[in-house]
Write a protein that binds this ligand. Structure first.
Ligand SMILES: Cc1cc2nc3c(=O)[nH]c(=O)nc-3n(C[C@H](O)[C@H](O)[C@H](O)COP(=O)(O)O)c2cc1C
Length: 204
């Protein structure tokens, strides 16, 4: 075998690195929500880095009931098919960016419910988040940061707090210009991507 043939054989036998998947979770489930647009923007800007595969994951589509498992998730013994399906979905992701509004100084109940359904599936995975509201959703951000610690997730250094003013929305509270609202957060979103790449480097 010539050296070049040997090199080709070696290259063929080297396993390709697995593409890391990051879920950009749409954390508002109500009709008329603005969350999907913001999540799509975050996903598109984060993936400019090119290393990670960002995919939006819509909790409205997952459509979980209120937590109805007899045993706590930390025991990992699920009774319901919807929990097992949710477990398979979350297990397939390496990292998460949760996108959600501030509701009455907290984060949305359906998001908490979706997180509470599982335990080991979240643990030790890197996570960041994007809050939004008239003051950026900082109260929800503070609470959510505690929740990530409780789930033993690895919180990245950066998160976004997107300020949405009355001028940014129409009478139905729909964003007039998504790109204009989100543009100031471009660099910070790319920083989150870089932090996600670093956190996933060397993980199995
Ligand atoms: C139940 C509820 C509570 C809200 N509480 C707050 C709040 O505490 N702070 C804030 O800035 N906006 C608050 N808002 C306004 C939301 O920021 C606004 O409705 C936003 O569009 C919600 O996101 P979504 O459309 O993706 O659900 C609240 C809205 C709802 C529906």
């Amino acid at each position: 075998m010539t050296p070049s043939e040997q090199a080709r054989t070696d290259a063929d036998s080297t396993p390709l690195p697995r593409v890391r998947r990051v879920a950009v979770v749409i954390g508002s489930t109500r009709p008329g929500r603005i969350c999907p647009g913001i999540a799509a923007w975050v996903s598109a800007v984060a993936r400019v880095g090119g290393t990670l595969r960002y995919e939006t994951l819509d909790l409205a589509e997952v459509n979980l009931p209120f937590l109805d498992e007899p045993l706590m998730a930390a025991l990992g013994n699920y009774e319901h098919e919807h929990t097992k399906a949710w477990s398979r979905i979350v297990s397939a992701y390496d990292g998460f960016i949760f996108v959600f509004p501030q509701y009455n100084w907290g984060y949305p109940a359906p998001l908490k419910n979706a997180l509470d359904f599982l335990y080991a599936e979240w643990a030790e995975k890197p996570a960041s988040f994007v809050t939004y509201g008239t003051h950026g959703g900082s109260r929800a951000a503070d609470q959510f940061s505690g929740l990530l610690r409780g789930l033993h997730m690895i919180e990245l250094a950066d998160h976004l707090e997107v300020v949405i003013t009355d001028e940014d929305v129409d009478a139905s509270w729909q964003l007039r210009d998504l790109d204009a609202v989100m543009f100031p957060y471009t660099e910070q979103t790319r920083a989150i991507d870089a932090q996600m790449v670093a956190a996933l480097e060397g993980s199995a």
